[in-house]
Write a protein of this length. Structure first.
Length: 197
């Protein structure tokens, strides 16, 4: 089902769309291009009304309300959408953005539950649940613990955005996976500087 269309100037990382309904910030969408399906994330959502464009006082607002109710085309729903990458690549763990931006007029649709679950809710061993998608509560958000512990991990966000909460969730899931298991480790003593002991 069509949600809307890409309009105006588009970029490989960002598009604007006019839609049939207001899209929620944090909602995932599909942009169906000739190169393939692209997954996008709604970053900004706007609603405008032609009837209220030049309203200057209460009486004008009251009159404009009546006009807006009669005219079904009065409301315009626009969204700014960040492009996350090609859907098929994201499902394989790769974030590849298009070399050519989506053409204005390209249709925007809603992704299926299965498409989102393949990306965010892997059933493979080593993945742990850290929550659910904000706008798709039935889809679990999981992370690959093997990749997290085998490389450096940086968690960056503004104050109050949940960095500590995320670290505690990941640590708890690692603990759950390692419960009743023995961990073997080799330490190369040549690499340890004595002043750090």
């Amino acid at each position: 089902m069509s949600l809307g269309y890409v309009i105006g100037e588009s970029k490989p990382t960002f598009v604007t769309a006019l839609t049939s309904r207001p899209l929620s910030v944090g909602e995932y969408i599909i942009i169906d291009t000739e190169e393939g399906k692209i997954l996008g994330l709604v970053e900004k959502s706007k609603i405008s009304s032609a009837a209220f464009a030049d309203v200057r006082n209460f009486d004008e607002a009251a009159e404009s309300t009546e006009i807006a109710e009669i005219n079904k085309r009065d409301k315009t729903f626009a969204s700014n959408i960040g492009i996350l990458g090609f859907l098929d690549k994201l499902q394989k763990g790769q974030s590849i953005i298009p070399a050519i931006p989506p053409i204005p007029g390209t249709e925007i649709t809603q992704p299926t539950k299965q498409e989102l679950e393949t990306i965010f809710s892997s059933q493979e061993k080593g993945w742990a649940k850290i929550g659910n998608l904000l706008r798709n509560k039935t889809i679990e958000a999981k992370v690959n613990l093997d990749k997290i512990v085998s490389r450096h991990l940086g968690i960056l966000a503004m104050t109050g955005m949940g960095k500590s909460n995320l670290v505690s969730l990941v640590a708890k899931q690692i603990g759950n996976l390692l419960r009743n298991k023995t961990i073997e480790a080799k330490v190369n003593l040549d690499k340890i500087v004595s002043r750090h002991l």
